[in-house]
Design a protein around this ligand. Structure first.
Ligand code: 5AD
Ligand code: SF4
Length: 588
């Protein structure tokens, strides 16, 4: 089944033209040293390789295409504790980490934070060790982001710094290997290997299972890449490893990829088609996190409300999908399967003391069942991140996210349903999209004023190759105008968020303690239900479950805080008592 899907996938990519040839080339790069042999990598370390000749000849006479098709597809039937069988040109010993130390650095979104843990989980099982000290690393892996040009520039700059580290490496040590993982590997493919000869490994978002093999190939001095996208990889059986013992919260990926094809967005090209992880494996992960004592999970996906677990046949009847009023999809409507409301219901039942958040929904699918659950469950946070992108219907049509006359009514619909007091709204906005006029911009300003978001993520538009906007639209808003509009949006957002947050002053809020405040050693920091940061002095307090007992708050405790002041990003207050999530519902 899996290899069949993978073959289909390769055939599809071949039909799709340019992307296909790169995937094919990348597959070939995985298969053999062929196109990236020592002539294209004039690194002395790569040329000496006497002992490695044997390895190279094994590579050349090695595996068939079928072998790679099999190993590139997600072998989800395998037990997670198993290490992959070595391909014919590697020994088991070469495939193992042999205590080499890996340093992982994460850029970009929360999805990348989760991907970092997945990549680490796979490498740990192969015998690698993790280090947080860059200087002692044998392998440095950057988990990258391509969403805007600036994000990629940060990685190129980082690679220049790492080059120095690689050159300074002592001959007595094992050579330092550097890998680019995630969206940038997927978007730029062999361009990275050509531009930065010091990069040894490329792994796209669906190729992390292949990391041990890619690193083993790199060990021989060859560059190694796997940027094949999958139709079914969800890493369902790879439990991410929680590395911070004091962590109170974790991200749980529930789906991968995106089918929405908003015209500005590179994500469908770097993360591939949308696919959902089976509900059972998500619940298993949430249960494990609860057993580890974590108090908050955020369910992650590019578009969580279109979650659809089709893995259990009995739920695949043709139940129609209800879209938010006025919205349409850019793809053929899907049917059946277990939907997000079911998942949210199940996840929230795992541990009543565990807060549940989710991000990000797309406005087009926001079912009332989800709003109902938010309303009735104490441990589902009343926090909704609903990316609007613009306040202008014209721009939203151009973004293929319209019709946007529907968005304000959707927001207004959400508020009473989720019980307006306390619902925290956040959004993403893009300033200066193709064709955006001053009038369009003013409409976005009005939306910000009207909704009074509690949190906002605002960006200047950055044209990305491959997207529909790149092919069909003109990036015609001058850079300085984009930046000026962005500044204006930020100013309005801050003014309105300050007003929205000030409505909390005088209220008592439940705060999950994260630890010491970054700014003051005498203050603690935590998050309220709406995910806003709350700062309060580290003082003794009563524990409501043990009357008379005086305690100090620890990371992972729930405390009640009386809010005394608010800004656009933070609330301040003083702590009243330690409590539990269940008990606190009567206080707020
Ligand atoms: N330019 C600027 N911002 C973008 N985003 C996505 N693509 C681009 C782009 N090309 C923003 C959107 C999205 C958020 C994750 O990043 O606002 O919701
Ligand atoms: Fe990009 Fe749109 Fe998908 Fe979000 S929903 S990841 S903005 S294509």
């Amino acid at each position: 089944m899996h290899s069949l899907q993978c073959v289909l996938q390769v055939q599809r990519s071949l039909r799709w033209g340019p992307m296909a040839s790169v995937s094919w080339l990348s597959l070939r790069m995985c298969m053999a040293h062929s196109s990236l042999s020592s002539t294209t990598c004039p690194n002395p370390e790569r040329q000496e390789a006497g002992a490695r000749k044997d390895f190279s000849s094994r590579l050349a006479t090695g595996p068939t295409l079928q072998h790679f098709l099999r190993s590139a597809s997600a072998p989800q039937e395998k037990l997670s504790s198993e290490v992959e069988d070595p391909p014919p040109y590697l020994t088991m010993d070469e495939l193992l980490g042999r205590q080499r130390k890996v340093y992982l650095e994460t850029y970009g979104c929360q999805m990348n934070v989760n991907d970092t843990e997945i990549a680490w989980s796979i490498l740990q099982k192969s015998g690698y060790l993790r280090t947080s000290n860059l200087q002692e690393a044998d392998v440095i892996l950057l988990v990258t982001c391509s969403i805007r040009e600036k994000a990629e520039q940060t990685i190129w700059n980082r690679l220049h710094q790492l080059k120095a580290l690689k050159t300074r490496r002592l001959r007595s040590q094992v050579p330092l290997r550097i890998g680019i993982l995630g969206c940038m590997a997927e978007r730029l493919k062999e361009e990275i290997l050509n531009r930065e000869k010091m990069v040894d490994v490329l792994a796209g978002p669906d190729a992390y299972r292949d990391l041990p093999r890619l690193l083993a190939v790199a060990e021989s001095g060859q560059q190694a890449a796997n940027v094949l996208l999958s139709l079914d990889e969800t890493y369902a059986d790879v439990m991410p490893v929680q590395t911070s013992p004091s962590a109170t919260s974790a991200f749980v990926s529930i789906m991968r990829g995106c089918d929405n094809m908003c015209t500005y967005c590179i994500v469908p090209f770097t993360r591939g088609r949308e696919r959902s992880r089976p509900v059972a494996s998500i619940l298993e992960e949430v249960r494990k996190l609860s057993e580890q004592g974590l108090k908050e999970v955020t369910l992650l996906g590019q578009n969580v409300n279109s979650f659809r677990d089709n893995s259990e046949v009995q739920f695949n009847n043709a139940v129609s999908t209800n879209l938010s009023r006025g919205f349409t999809t850019n793809y053929k409507t899907k049917q059946g399967g277990l939907r997000f409301a079911h998942l949210l219901d199940q996840v929230s039942r795992v541990d009543p003391e565990m807060r549940i958040r989710f991000t990000s929904p797309h406005p087009k699918d926001f079912p009332d069942e989800v709003l109902q659950l938010i309303h009735e469950r104490d441990n589902i946070c009343k926090q909704i991140h609903l990316p609007a992108q613009s306040g202008s219907s014209r721009v939203l049509e151009a973004m293929r996210r319209g019709p946007y006359s529907c968005y304000p009514s959707l927001v207004i619909h959400i508020m009473p349903k989720a019980s307006l007091e306390g619902v925290s709204l956040s959004s993403d906005f893009i300033a200066g999209f193709c064709g955006e006029t001053e009038e369009d911009h003013i409409q976005t300003v009005s939306l910000l004023r009207e909704v009074q978001y509690n949190m906002g993520f605002l960006f200047a538009y950055s044209m990305r190759q491959k997207t529909r906007a790149y092919h069909r639209l003109k990036d015609d808003v001058p850079e300085e105008v984009k930046l000026r509009r962005l500044e204006e949006l930020i100013t309005v957002f801050r003014e309105e968020a300050t007003k929205a947050n000030q409505t909390s002053v005088g209220c008592t809020q439940l705060v999950l303690v994260e630890g010491l405040s970054k700014r003051s050693a005498t203050d603690l920091c935590g998050r309220n239900d709406g995910n806003l940061k709350v700062i309060f002095p580290d003082a003794e307090m009563e524990d409501v479950n043990n009357p008379g007992l005086r305690v100090r708050a620890q990371p992972g405790d729930y405390v009640l805080v009386q809010i005394t002041s608010a800004s656009s990003q933070t609330l301040k207050g003083h702590v009243l008592c330690r409590t539990t999530l269940k008990d606190s519902s009567t206080y707020c």
